[in-house]
Design a protein around this ligand. Structure first.
Ligand code: PLP
Length: 373
């Protein structure tokens, strides 16, 4: 339906007003889903742009001083690690433990005795699914007169999120992670936050905070997906958690698989696994040939496979950091899918890990490092 409306949401004629209605309905849906006011939802072209908009020196609240520095955890998405509009010498990072959970002592040390900072921490890591201790982070940040940005892209729609209860001053969301269209997202602000300069200047859309004609169909799709994700969340979380355990048990029984971050609280739908010597890129191709879409934990840029910065921050060596495979599940994943995936893995392990250890179930496994997305 949104594609049938050809009006520009900023036009005053009837077609424009129809488009505006779709945008404002979606704004209310997103605001309602995250406990914010509709006027504080700024639509963007996705999570990357929302992060770039959020990370700005000069933000302040009430009688607080404007932030001058940016503190990010070492496992943030590259769009946060790149620092937004902060100059490089004002960006500092703090580490995580071997489970991929941020080190609160390091955060405290980085905050103390220095000018006010904007701290950016993700709610759930996109590679490991590890949930971060946001309540404790927010307390440290606010006690020090600093501000907190939460990248909620990976967690939204999978676990409950309320921007005020979480103690976030601003938060980032992306539609495609909840089954919505690609190329649309939002930055959500809390009341009383001041000093956010627009990243894109021009026509004054989105209350002057993000110029450019609104992507009406994308935004409408985002609103609809958010509503559906929130409605499905409670039942789906338990169901997905059960599937995840079935998958992880099967991986462990079949091979020497190590489930990364398995002792941390995690998203119910994400499994990242590794095994000594696994070539993740080869495993991803192998799964693809079996009709299963998984991803490697390592990033490929300019044709060169880079070790995962997340696994490196957790203390894995470069060989392991290059070999993790991530498997993600969603609303349409069934127990039969998990069993098919495990059968495929049994076959793949026999080939990919040839020459290494005997598998537990008679197939061959060996040098394997992988995780599934
Ligand atoms: N933040 C996290 C944690 C992500 O996982 C992603 C994308 O995967 C982004 C930000 C970027 O979002 P987008 O792809 O909508 O630009």
């Amino acid at each position: 339906m949104a594609f049938d409306i050809c009006g520009n949401a900023s036009s005053v004629h009837a077609e424009g007003r129809k488009a505006r209605r779709l945008v404002e309905d979606a704004r209310r849906a997103i605001a309602g889903a995250v406990g914010a006011l509709p006027r504080n939802v700024v639509f963007t072209s996705g999570g990357t742009e929302a992060n770039a908009l959020a990370l700005a020196p000069g933000l302040w609240r009430g009688s607080g001083r404007p932030v001058e520095r940016l503190l990010v955890s070492a496992i943030e998405h590259p769009s946060v690690l790149s620092g937004g509009r902060f100059p490089p010498d004002a960006i500092h990072s703090f580490g995580v433990d071997s489970s991929g959970v941020i080190d609160l002592m390091q955060l405290r040390r980085a905050i103390e005795g220095a000018p006010p900072a904007l701290v950016s921490v993700m709610l759930a890591n996109n590679e490991t699914g590890a949930l971060q201790p946001l309540a404790a982070v927010a307390e440290i940040v606010h006690q020090a007169g600093c501000l907190l940005h939460v990248d909620a892209v990976q967690a939204f729609g999978k676990i409950a999120f309320d921007i005020n209860a979480m103690g976030a001053d601003l938060a980032t969301f992306s539609a495609h992670k909840i089954g919505g269209p690609k190329g649309v997202g939002a930055l959500v602000l809390t009341e009383g936050l001041s000093g956010l300069p627009p990243l894109l200047r021009g026509g004054g859309q989105e209350r002057g905070r993000r110029a450019g004609t609104e992507n009406v169909a994308g935004i409408a799709g985002f609103g609809a997906a958010a509503g559906a994700a929130i409605r499905a969340m409670e039942t789906d979380a338990a169901r997905l958690g059960g599937l995840r355990n079935r998958l992880e048990d099967g991986l462990r029984q079949t091979s020497e698989a190590i489930i990364i971050s398995d002792n941390a609280p995690r998203l119910p739908n994400t499994v990242l696994f590794t095994a000594p010597g696994l070539k993740a890129e080869t495993a991803v191709i192998g799964f693809d040939l079996e009709g299963i879409a998984v991803s490697s934990g390592s990033a490929c840029s300019s044709g060169k496979v880079q070790p995962s910065h997340v696994l490196k921050a957790m203390g894995f060596g470069s060989d392991l950091a290059q070999g993790a495979v991530r498997i993600s599940m969603g609303w349409s994943t069934t127990p039969a899918d998990i069993d098919y995936c495990l059968e495929a893995w049994r076959r793949l392990a026999g080939t990919l890990l040839k020459g290494s250890n005997e598998t537990r179930n008679g197939s061959k496994t060996g040098d394997f490092l992988g995780a599934i997305t």
